[in-house]
Design a protein around this ligand. Sequence first.
Ligand code: C2O
Ligand code: CU
Length: 459
Amino acid sequence: MLFNRRQILKSAAALTLLPLAARASNHVMVASETIQQLAPEGFDKTRVWSFGGSVPGTAIRVEQGARVQRMVDNQLSVPTSVHWHGIRIDNAMDGVPGVTQEAIPAGGSFEYDFVVPDAGTYWYHAHNRSVEQVARGLYGPLIVQEADAPDVDQDLVLMLDDWRIDPETAQIADDFQKNGHDLSHAGRIGNLISVNGSFDPTIPVKRNERLRLRLINAANARIFDVGIQGLNGWIVALDGMPLENPVPISESFPLAPAQRADLLVDVDAVSEETASLVSVERDGAFGLAKFAVSGEISATVRPAPNPLPPNRLPDVSSFQSAPLHRMVLQGGAMRWLENARIGETELTGRELAQLGRFWALNGEAERPAEPFLKTSVDSIHRIEFVNETAFPHAMHLHGHHFRLVDGDGSLGPWRDTVLVDRGQTQQIVLMADNPGDWLLHCHMLGHAASGMMSWFRVA
Ligand code: C2O
Ligand code: CU
């Protein structure tokens, strides 16, 4: 049999790919379709998209300062990319199609290679058509360990998600960008909450154990209001970055899409009892994960924890004299856009709605040609998010962490994603110290897809 031209090309390609295939297999991360039991027992398994064969994708755990190399092999039928959320990363590795790389075509691959400067809880997710690809399961945890980690009995990653599943078939509803109601309201809110890809996770613990819980909200749009029962503890880090002082958890706290919180909790419940992580909803507390208590690890609890060792973050204490840039969040149901721009073109609200655009940032209903902010390296800027809409938004900056400026003008915690409530104005301060073009967008992914997308340039 003769080779046709196509086959010859194929084998030539196989030859050039050989050195890659010969690398350690944990360097390869395959994006592919797979099935998983997401819905409770009795329902069918759900077709999902994953990195590494399950949702959440392969957990990456490395030491602070380590180099991460992953060859992403795209076996999906659509192009994708990987964004390493919260990592102060080299711009070329940021995973944004059309900005830092071309999307990885179906059947193609791309090697990500970067260093992780900060310890903490991060995550990675697809950044091409994210409103669909993240909702289908393309995400995983990225944990960077401190050299000097706190003393705990278990270090657990709990990745929260909110799926929209057809109850008849248990398959993912595929109305990602067609659903104008979702896009113009709170985003794609689901009907099935999972933790680590499972409906009803139970974690065995002993009384008086100290647990580190690394919470990651991978949902498209749902803001979890997280509470603990039968546990006693502190928030020690937000969005990866240690708090100066651990904050005792006395009530529930919000975890917006893309945000993380590291908790240290002591198991307080007595034997046989079940402790739990809950989400406080309007009609009561919904269990996220159960901690099945059996036996006791010691008769007493540990003393209150010390703060986690700090990461090396820039000094922004002179922020009061830094330039202030306003970003007004506009549109959505009940505050419909009257008009906004897409590129050079000024469109009416009705025309925008026909294009599936319901939101705008400073009058732009699409990532504009010119950056929102252009700055030299190592200068300090303040950004004021003015939320004129009737919905909360989770504003995320790529490549940088920033500090919140509290209502009284003092500096709050470091974050990479800030929840700005309806009607709220929230100021942040950042040191623009990472050169490149970086996105700034709402992490309610339907909002980003329907107008809430901007960028800034550090050069
Ligand atoms: Cu986690 Cu631009 O995203
Ligand atoms: Cu939003």
